[in-house]
Design a protein around this ligand. Structure first.
Ligand SMILES: [Zn+2]
Length: 190
């Protein structure tokens, strides 16, 4: 156990110690972490751990479209830090969202790395109304709105076909949103 007040990302316990319940998530190493700012609540009867959010934290609702970026991932899951409805309407607090491969593609055995990468800016739709948020990118307007080159870190532009790095020429693949920002030939694009 770490401490009684947690902020998003704080380590609380191991997954084997308590079953993750409300407003917590399990990271790729099996650590239970807080998804909100709040008080850690251990339910010793049911072996469950929750974090009770401090008041006045408005959580996005089911169906809301929000933006954020990919903070960590593995083959079947990506963790996203949600920061606002768009970059002009930021939330007071950030929220952790989980994107499962089944909310990216219908093809079985596919790999998340074909669709998003760490650092990508994404537009996602919320599927629940508690934390961690569960999100989807299975609509044309959803997905990556700005990706960065895996080789050199520069923003990738979309040429109508694929993503290309203007600096090193690397080409990459993503699940691109119709609202992708850096589009060659488009006003405001590259
Ligand atoms: Zn590059």
């Amino acid at each position: 156990m770490s401490k009684s007040i947690a902020i998003p990302g704080d380590y609380i316990c191991k997954e084997e110690e308590y079953i993750p319940h409300r407003h917590v998530y399990v990271d790729e190493l099996g650590n239970v972490r807080s998804a909100v700012i709040g008080k850690v609540v251990l339910d010793n009867l049911n072996r469950r751990v929750s974090v009770k959010p401090f008041k006045d934290i408005k959580i996005p609702k089911t169906g809301d479209v929000v933006v954020g970026w990919v903070t960590s991932m593995r083959d079947d899951i990506a963790f996203i830090k949600i920061v606002g409805y768009d970059f002009t309407k930021l939330f007071k607090h950030n929220f952790t969202a989980v994107l499962h491969i089944s909310q990216v593609t219908d093809s079985k055995g596919d790999n998340m790395y074909n669709y998003v990468r760490i650092g990508d800016i994404v537009k996602v739709k919320v599927l629940n109304d508690y934390l961690p948020l569960l999100v989807t990118i299975k609509e044309p307007k959803l997905g990556v709105i700005l990706a960065y080159c895996s080789r050199c870190g520069s923003p990738l532009y979309f040429d109508g076909n694929k993503l290309i790095c203007a600096i090193c020429g690397n080409t990459e693949q993503r699940k691109i949103s119709l609202d992708y920002i850096a589009v060659r030939g488009k006003k405001g694009g590259v």
